[in-house]
Design a protein around this ligand. Structure first.
Ligand code: FAD
Length: 370
């Protein structure tokens, strides 16, 4: 096909996979450069809300994702003495699914492969040129109609484009890990719920991913040198949350600690180079929407460029105008919730402002029904 366009993408995470698949579906050729030697994800569990599920449906990954994901009957807040302080249900019109990250990644990777995306592993990208080139650490240059930096929070593509960047860091971070689930793990409430346990010093988010795996997100101040260590200091966490002591006791050496940050850019594209996902708009995980926004914006980019035809920069302008307001809203609310410890006083944090992203109909998914 003479006019077939081509996109080169740095980063094979959720944003890169979603962008490549969406462009392939629109007749482009697409190649992902992944710095790592394998295509896989790190981290433990993940929340995907209705907005993200719509995008997964558009990308052809939905059935595989929901097939082995968990839909919690409720989202509870409990204090460190195991008393309920809040309870919320979301219903089937705005679902909140939880799963392991690898499960989500495998489904998205399979959809990308089925769409005909090309992959290069061990291919670190060190810069992008707004004329439409990615530059590899090995000195190779990859030319395309569009180049995309989907290379995560420490994006080299972003740095090379010299876009004005406002980075906000927060006082807290989180240890994430998976442990096995057992039948009688919790007896005082429904063990299928997602449960936020609030202590005076620490917080544990208990998240069933499937029948066998439990995701624990353990929030701690980043200056709390004693409690933030890996392997997890089980005594400290079990003393704060006695009801979880037997689960905490099962933790081995696994886990990783990440701090929270928000980055806002003056613009998400320069010429024929665009940034999407954590390279452009990372946010604290308090709403569970970082990957949701990443895949919404990746699909939205392909749709906007399809609409704009041959004018790539016009398409990117349209894309930014459409997608940035909701992304920035999501970043703002996520940041506020870290500062306010929303939910720790029994307040229900899932109000209409917080739920705006989950209830949004992402660009390119208006005709979708499940
Ligand atoms: C604690 C925590 C909990 C979270 N929970 C949720 C949640 O429940 N729900 C949700 O929606 N979001 C959540 N998020 C956010 C979510 O993880 C991110 O928004 C999402 O992973 C971003 O995807 P990405 O593809 O942009 O970046 P990444 O997932 O970081 O992927 C970037 C990819 O690029 C590769 N790469 C990096 N540098 C280069 C380079 N120079 N050249 C080539 N390749 C490169 C990396 O190896 C990686 O494969 C959470 C985040 C944190 C920190």
């Amino acid at each position: 096909m003479a006019n077939r366009k081509h996109v080169e993408i740095a980063g094979g995470g959720f944003a890169g996979l979603a962008a490549a698949t969406a462009f392939r579906q629109r007749g482009w050729t697409a190649r992902i450069h992944e710095a790592a030697s394998e295509l896989r994800t790190f981290g433990a569990g993940i929340f995907i809300w209705e907005n993200g599920l719509r995008v997964l449906k558009a990308l052809g990954a939905y059935e595989a994702v929901v097939g082995a994901a968990h839909q919690a009957p409720g989202y509870e807040g409990r204090d460190s003495g195991d008393r309920q302080i809040s309870y919320h249900t979301f219903g089937n019109d705005c679902r909140m699914l939880t799963m392991t990250r690898q499960h989500l990644y495998s489904a998205m990777f399979a959809a990308a492969e089925a769409a005909g995306v090309d992959f290069e592993t061990n291919s670190e990208i060190v810069a992008a040129d707004p004329a439409g080139r990615l530059i590899g650490a090995d000195g190779r240059t990859h030319k395309a109609d569009l180049v995309v930096g989907a290379d995560g929070v420490n994006s080299k593509v972003r740095e090379s484009l010299d876009v004005a960047t406002k980075r906000t860091t927060f006082t807290h971070g989180v240890i994430r890990l998976l442990v096995g689930r057992r039948d009688r793990d919790l007896t005082s409430t429904n063990p299928d719920n997602v449960i936020n346990y609030w202590g005076p010093r620490l917080k544990v988010l208990y998240v069933p991913c499937n029948a066998d795996e439990l995701y624990l997100a353990m929030m701690v101040r980043k200056d709390d040198a004693e409690a933030r260590v890996i392997p997890v200091h089980k005594d400290i966490w079990s003393t704060e949350f006695p009801v979880l002591a037997h689960i905490i006791g099962r933790i081995g050496d696994q886990g990783r600690f990440d701090t929270y940050e928000t980055t806002k850019l003056d613009r998400m594209s320069v010429g024929r180079a665009a940034l999407v996902g954590d390279s452009a708009h990372p946010m604290p995980p308090t709403l569970g929407q970082g990957a949701g926004c990443a895949i919404m914006n990746a699909l939205g980019m392909a749709v906007a460029l399809d609409e704009a035809g041959d004018d790539i920069t016009d398409g990117l302008r349209l894309w930014e105008q459409r997608e940035r307001p909701l992304t920035e809203h999501t970043q703002d609310i996520s940041g506020q919730y870290v500062r306010a410890r929303a939910g720790s006083d029994g307040a229900n944090k899932w109000d209409a402002t917080a739920m705006r992203t989950a209830r949004h109909i992402p660009t390119g998914t208006a005709g979708i029904s499940f």
